[in-house]
Design a protein. Structure first.
Length: 82
């Protein structure tokens, strides 16, 4: 669940950074506030996502992987018989 919050705050930081750049180009006085919010969101996203482990690889193509290993074994067995 922490990984989802990390991604959320990372995206909010990115949007706040874009808003900060737009405010700076429009010569608004609020650009520093948006830049600070972007920095705070990035820091929060970093600390939330810091200790996350990589997800386990999915078993989506396990059948294809097993089939290819079986075919390699059969080819190796045919070479040994010759």
């Amino acid at each position: 669940m922490r990984a989802r919050f990390s991604i959320f705050f990372g995206l909010m930081g990115f949007l706040a950074l874009l808003l900060s750049v737009a405010a700076f180009l429009a010569r608004s006085t609020d650009w520093f506030l948006y830049a600070f919010l972007a920095f705070a969101a990035f820091v929060l996203a970093f600390f939330l996502g810091r200790g996350q482990f990589r997800p386990k690889p999915s078993e989506r193509f396990s059948g294809v992987r097993k089939l290819s290993q079986r075919l390699k074994q059969q080819k190796a067995a045919k070479k040994e018989k010759k």
